[in-house]
Design a protein around this ligand. Structure first.
Ligand SMILES: [Ca+2]
Ligand SMILES: [Ca+2]
Length: 277
């Protein structure tokens, strides 16, 4: 139903103009139909061209690439190293420095040590372990190790003492291990190797150079004094016998011991970048 407003002009003398509304069925015939068809065709063409354009252009040009960045660990072991330490004969045989050449990006070092008291019945030997980084600065806690007490093996018709020993594992954090992450490319053309190259310096640990593990024989500690109240007299007696057999004068002294760095382990991380797109 269309509405049309018509102003009826009154005959002269019939008063002011009157306004009225006339209702008529049906719309304006064919009005605007051609324009609608043109609009529709243009719309469809526009849509088609968009679809073609999206397919024709490489996607990478329009979305920034995503990269998965992980920092896998790599552990390197060293060969075992030992030294016979001697008390009271100068620092060159009482203190020993073991050196290791490390690369960059070491985030943890671990020193694995072992010694057993060569004079089994004597009081425990004591060694000190200190680690110095590539700048010569002490790093981590210095640790003193004492061997355990000897164990009496009484099943033998002649009882013996089995040497006590020390097993050390000193782990020192050197730098921060980066967290795995998802990184967006800086441009749609950036590739994994470029992402790796720009992230690596952000997390670098300048660990390259010579590291030192200093081991000191603090004291080898002699046979227990048989006169002491809390002493195992059999152990004290056996100790003197063994010490004499080993040539100790006056036969109660422990002056030496071997100490082994079984392993010097360092852990580095590498930067691994994978393109997720
Ligand atoms: Ca000892
Ligand atoms: Ca010893």
């Amino acid at each position: 139903v269309a509405l049309r407003s018509v102003v009826l002009v009154p005959p002269p003398g019939a008063g002011g103009p009157r306004s009225t509304v006339v209702l008529r069925p049906g719309g304006p015939k064919d009005k605007g139909r051609a324009a609608d068809v043109v609009t529709l065709v243009l719309g469809v063409l526009l849509l088609l061209s968009c679809v073609l354009l999206v397919n024709a252009l490489p996607n990478k040009q329009y979305a920034l690439p995503q990269f998965s960045v992980t920092y896998p660990d790599m552990q390197t072991n060293s060969t075992s190293n030992r030294f016979e330490f001697v008390e009271g004969a100068g620092d060159d045989v009482r203190i020993r420095e073991f050196t290791y050449d490390l690369p960059g990006n070491v985030h943890t070092v671990t020193v694995v040590t072992y010694f057993a008291d060569d004079l089994a019945e004597s009081l425990p030997d004591q060694f000190r372990v200190e680690v110095f980084n590539n700048n010569g600065d002490p790093i981590g806690q210095r640790v003193d190790y004492l061997n355990s007490k000897p164990t009496l093996n009484a099943t033998n018709p002649f009882p013996t003492y089995e040497a006590g020993f020390s097993q050390g594992r000193l782990s020192i954090p050197v730098g921060i291990h980066p967290e795995d992450e998802i990184v967006q490319g800086r441009s749609h053309l950036e590739v994994a190797e470029q992402v790796r190259a720009r992230l690596e310096p952000q997390h670098r640990i300048a660990s390259e150079g010579t590291w030192t593990v200093r081991v000191t024989l603090v004291g080898a500690h002699d046979c227990p004094d048989p006169a002491a109240n809390d002493v195992d007299r059999q152990q004290a007696l056996f100790c003197r016998m063994t010490a004499s057999q080993q040539g100790s004068v006056p036969g109660a002294e422990d002056l030496r011991n071997e100490f082994t760095i079984e392993n010097f382990i360092y852990t580095t991380y590498t930067v691994k970048v994978e393109d997720l797109s």
